[in-house]
Design a protein around this ligand. Structure first.
Ligand code: ADP
Length: 440
């Protein structure tokens, strides 16, 4: 393969000029000779240019060999031909890749939809047609919000961010629930995935119903068992005729039935919190009175361990929310602090308000938590050390309850801790939960 260089071209032109000039000089007209040779070269070059234009304008040029030519025009033709071949090879490769991507997305059960930066539909796979009723090619180029008319979809689509998925009924079958996820790519283009979550939701409802029903059914037999155990323990004594070993066994049985009762109560509360869609009916809660009574209960639980429990809360705070749910959440945090803080430890309960809202903190200088466990602490039955929490009598549901109560009140729970130094749990309430009533 030869390559055309500028110096090559210039030296060739110079050679033609010299030859023209020399021939002209022999016949006594050097400039005429130069003009004739250069004119001939110019005409020849024009012809090559025409050939090139004919070839480029020919619709079948891609498959045809370039026109025959010599010299540097021949090299130009070959160069263009080589570039054309390379281009067509990479186009073929790209077409194969696109075909494979389309084949694989076509095989997906989830819908995949490509939307351009003007919110127009560009491309989608067959699953998207089945799930949303899109039609190729009629809907191509249409605004997605004109086809999915649910206002919740329009809000979700316009808000950007797309941290969470959206679940709404399918536009073609309201009995089916679809989950939409959007990812932004390139310059404002969006890739939307659509999944039918009807079955998953049904399973989730079944799971919740099952737990709620089992807990409910267990409540009565457990009350009966613990009632009889209590009666038997009351009647124990030297005249009862029962061997002393029975006393130990009955005490253990009562302890365990109490644990089961607590577990059932927590499970029922958790299912109630999960299934209640609406926000709790707002009541005006006097925070200081509630925290005072919880701190008293904490002191009672501490008993001989005699933790130093302090409370710092203004008299004038009133919170809007469900009193029973919030009492349960705050009690769980204070009782946990008592359970996981060794003898004589310090527990500080504090309420404060700032521009972001109200905050209820429970801080202890107890055993602390390794940071690796913190993200999972609010999962049901997640325990760092199984043996430790069995000793403390916890159900493993306390922090899950706190998390759900906070979600239902539009707030959140934050946890920070250092192993061996202590833990801090803070319930953050939005500004709108704070009532401006200043009662004492
Ligand atoms: P449990 O009934 O086991 O206490 P929780 O959901 O209330 O269940 O708490 C989950 C786990 O978090 C506990 O098992 C315990 O290991 C840890 N934990 C909770 N509160 C504290 C705390 N104040 N200090 C140290 N660890 C804690």
């Amino acid at each position: 393969m030869t390559t055309i260089s500028k110096s090559h071209l210039l030296s060739r032109m110079l050679a033609y000029m010299v030859v023209g000039f020399a021939l002209g000089w022999f016949v006594g007209e050097p400039f005429l000779g130069l003009c004739i040779v250069m004119g001939g070269y110019f005409v020849w070059s024009f012809r090559q240019l025409f050939k090139l234009l004919d070839w480029l304008n020919d619709p079948k040029a891609k498959s045809k060999e370039p026109p025959e030519s010599k010299g540097f025009w021949g090299e130009i033709f070959d160069g263009i031909y080589r570039l054309q071949k390379q281009h067509s090879r990479s186009r073929q490769k790209l077409a194969v890749v696109i075909e494979r991507i389309q084949e694989s997305t076509a095989a997906l059960n989830d819908g995949v939809v490509m939307i351009d930066n003007q919110s127009n539909l560009e491309w989608w796979n067959p699953a998207a047609e089945t799930l949303m009723g899109l039609k190729m090619p009629d809907d191509q180029g249409q605004q997605i919000t004109n086809l999915l008319r649910d206002p919740r979809f329009a809000d979700y689509f316009e808000q950007g961010g797309y941290q969470k998925a959206l679940e709404i009924p399918s536009p073609i079958n309201p009995d089916h629930q679809l989950q939409f996820n959007i990812t932004v790519y390139g310059k404002g283009n969006r890739l939307m995935t659509v999944r039918d979550v009807t079955r998953l939701n049904q399973l989730e409802v079944m799971r919740k119903d099952f737990v709620a029903n089992v807990s409910h059914e267990l409540r009565t037999p457990l009350t009966v068992v613990s009632g009889y155990l209590e009666t038997m323990l009351d009647s124990l004594g030297p005249d009862s005729g029962l061997p002393p070993v029975w006393e130990k066994a009955l005490n253990r049985m009562q302890e365990q039935s109490l644990r089961m009762q607590n577990l059932v109560a927590d499970l029922l509360l958790l299912s109630k919190l999960e299934s209640a869609e609406a926000q709790p009916d707002p009541e005006g809660i006097h925070v200081k009175s509630m925290l005072n009574s919880i701190v008293e209960d904490g002191r009672a639980l501490s008993g001989e361990n005699q933790h130093q429990i302090t409370l710092d809360c203004s008299e004038k705070v009133t919170l809007s929310g469900s009193s029973s749910e919030l009492r349960s959440a705050f009690s769980n945090l204070v009782f946990n602090a008592v359970r996981y803080t060794p003898l004589g430890g310090k527990i500080h309960v504090r309420w404060w308000q700032d521009r972001e809202g109200g905050h209820m903190m429970v801080e202890d200088n107890g055993v602390g938590i390794d940071p690796m466990h913190i993200p999972r602490l609010t999962e049901r039955f997640y325990r760092i050390d199984k043996s430790r929490s069995q000793n403390t009598g916890g159900t493993g549901l306390g922090l899950a309850i706190v998390k759900h109560v906070m979600l239902r009140h539009g707030g959140k729970l934050s946890i920070s801790s250092h192993p061996g130094k202590g833990s801090r749990f803070v319930c953050h309430f939005p500004d709108k939960s704070l009532e401006l009533e200043h009662s004492s």
